[in-house]
Design a protein around this ligand. Structure first.
Ligand code: HEC
Ligand code: HEC
Ligand code: HEC
Ligand code: HEC
Length: 484
């Protein structure tokens, strides 16, 4: 079997290398996005600048390789060999290209006044396919495969024929991406689910019809049909959550810096950097007296006035200026408090600068915002080194839960995106936590609170005082259970 896989691969390799770099036509017409030219080709391997071809999903999907219908559990490595079938039938990544042909994408293209269809535009295919510059596409590369194996596992040319014999570490040195490393894995997901130098979902795309990018590493990993054997090293139960939060925070700060920079001339401030629902919500009590003529409509002493939850909460800065979206930090800082308290103050300080500058965005120089964001990036880098090897035991999980739930009023008041992150964090740490030796996940008080909390996520644009109170009540219920 090993022999078969390897020889199939040799044929592909030879074809790929002898022929002229084959164009499958799909990407030929598109110019690289601005600023992409120097970034498209990552240098792979330690100290190597060699460029490897992208081989396409079929090169992995032979029935004797990763396309087996039933698990085989390869003798030495234990690999099930059903990965291709799993991905193709159950994983949304396999359909990511098809999405670009659907009406929703066509409406977006119209709104964005795109010159070419989404399926041919670098504006979309960078995230919705195994994006490869034309000169690195082998004969078997197919853009239609969507987000296929090499989008996560790295360009396969170098290691395809030998990875069974050589093993993981040796393959990683010739282009196999180290998905076993949790930090690297999170970085890979975030490159599309938050964005990077060449991948960008901004407010213009969202207004045109793209979903907002909400990403939580642990939750999203759990949503994928796993084509891998789940091991404790996967970090389920808190470690992946923490690593993913730090990586996503760092990358979203870099994105903020990039956006101030690249788009200063055209579209700064970039609305997608702010809390969406500070702008997108219903408003009351705004009719002028023009519409409410007559004495009976004047404000009466003691008459009810439908104050909104924001007006009741008050504003951290100038009323009516949308705040910077703090969702990627608000909950994380409670976890940082528990695991690296010495980092908390520095991070708080840097991010409060970002937030203050964003709150006076009209008066702040975009360059100042970028500088503050970049300083915060350095702090997150240091923090990442601390959390990479984190082990979440039941005590730590309980401390995290106590911290997060104790902050419920402030979290709820920061808006639905922050509340949503809190719910995902609670869902992550509850299964690990224990109280008096008993699993928290078995406690009816906790399970019922969790169930009600999940409803807070349903419609963020309708987040209102009632939901805010409902959120705070359920968080308090968990908190008092933990502390009583
Ligand atoms: C930064 C990466 C990125 C870029 C660029 C991007 N997308 Fe997406 N797109 C995503 C991700 C990630 C999702 C899934 C979001 C989720 O479910 O959390 C998605 C989801 C979608 C969906 C909804 C799919 C569904 O199953 O409901 C459509 C439609 C879509 N994208 C179209 C486009 C089009 C058209 C373009 C180009 C104009 C584009 N995308 C550019 C990353 C991107
Ligand atoms: C969205 C990203 C992504 C895509 C696409 C993807 N994988 Fe994976 N793959 C992972 C992650 C994450 C793991 C788990 C970490 C690890 O073992 O490296 C993994 C693990 C594996 C493993 C190791 C399984 C084990 O039990 O140890 C194999 C083999 C594999 N993938 C093959 C494939 C093949 C073949 C394809 C294409 C059909 C594919 N992957 C597509 C992310 C991806
Ligand atoms: C090359 C870009 C890319 C990479 C890398 C990537 N994704 Fe995705 N992901 C997408 C796109 C695009 C979609 C939307 C596909 C669709 O809706 O058809 C998506 C969809 C998903 C979905 C489905 C969401 C839903 O609405 O059901 C999950 C879950 C997910 N990704 C998790 C991950 C995880 C975990 C990783 C890292 C191991 C990862 N992704 C890496 C681009 C990517
Ligand atoms: C500073 C205020 C502001 C912020 C913050 C903001 N938007 Fe918008 N958004 C607007 C305006 C103005 C429009 C265009 C007018 C309209 O159609 O509502 C718009 C349009 C939209 C539309 C299309 C409108 C429609 O009819 O469906 C969507 C969807 C959208 N925004 C989503 C978001 C998301 C998601 C975020 C956060 C990532 C966000 N917005 C942040 C002001 C904002």
């Amino acid at each position: 079997m090993r022999h078969l896989c390897a020889s199939a691969v040799v044929v592909v390799l030879v074809l790929g290398m002898l022929g002229p770099p084959l164009s499958v036509g799909q990407m030929a017409a598109t110019a690289p996005p601005p600023g992409a030219a120097s970034k498209v080709v990552p240098s792979v391997g330690v100290g190597s600048t060699q460029r490897f071809f992208y081989m396409g999903a079929e090169s992995c999907g032979a029935s004797t390789c990763h396309g087996s219908a039933a698990p085989r559990n390869a003798p030495r490595t234990g690999i099930r060999q059903t990965e291709y079938a799993q991905w193709q039938t159950n994983d949304k990544h396999a359909k990511a290209y098809e999405v670009l042909l659907k009406d929703r994408s066509l409406v977006m293209a119209k709104n964005l006044r795109m010159a070419e269809p989404p399926s041919k535009s670098n504006r979309c295919v960078v995230c919705h396919t195994l994006y490869a510059p034309k000169e690195l596409q082998s004969a078997s590369y197919k853009v239609e495969d969507g987000v296929s194996c090499e989008a996560c596992h790295g360009q396969a040319e170098g290691w395809l024929g030998t990875h069974i014999a050589r093993g993981y570490a040796a393959s990683a040195s010739i282009g196999m991406y180290d998905t076993r490393n949790l930090v690297k894995r999170a970085e890979k997901c975030v490159s599309c689910h938050v964005g990077d130098e060449i991948r960008n979902v901004d407010h213009e795309l969202i207004a045109a019809g793209h979903p907002d990018l909400v990403f939580d590493f642990e939750t999203y990993t759990a949503m994928l049909p796993p084509h891998w054997r789940t091991a404790p090293s996967d970090g389920v139960g808190g470690r992946a959550w923490t690593v993913g939060q730090v990586v996503a925070l760092r990358e979203s700060l870099k994105r903020l810096a990039r956006r101030t920079h690249q788009r200063a001339a055209t579209a700064w401030p970039e609305f997608a950097e702010f809390e969406c629902f500070a702008c997108h919500h219903d408003v009351n009590n705004i009719e002028s007296s023009y519409y409410r003529r007559g004495e009976e409509n004047r404000l009466q002493e003691g008459a009810p006035w439908d104050v909104s939850w924001r007006q009741q909460r008050g504003y951290p800065g100038v009323a009516g200026i949308p705040p910077w979206n703090p969702a990627r930090y608000y909950i994380l800082r409670q976890v940082v408090q528990a695991i690296a308290p010495e980092s908390r103050a520095t991070l708080d300080q840097e991010l409060s600068t970002v937030s203050t500058l964003m709150a006076t965005v009209g008066a702040s120089e975009p360059a100042q915002i970028a500088a503050a964001a970049n300083r915060a990036v350095q702090v997150t880098d240091a923090l990442l080194a601390k959390v990479a090897g984190l082990q979440v035991n039941p005590e730590l999980a309980s401390t995290v839960l106590r911290n997060v739930t104790s902050d419920s009023v402030s979290i709820g008041g920061a808006g639905p995106r922050v509340a949503e992150q809190a719910v995902m964090a609670v869902e992550t740490f509850v299964p690990v936590a224990r109280k008096s030796g008993k699993q928290l996940a078995q406690e009816p008080v906790v399970t019922s609170a969790l169930q009600k909390l999940s409803q807070v996520r349903v419609k963020p644009e309708e987040y209102n005082r009632e939901q805010f109170e409902q959120f705070a009540t359920q968080m308090r219920a968990i908190h008092s259970f933990l502390t009583q």
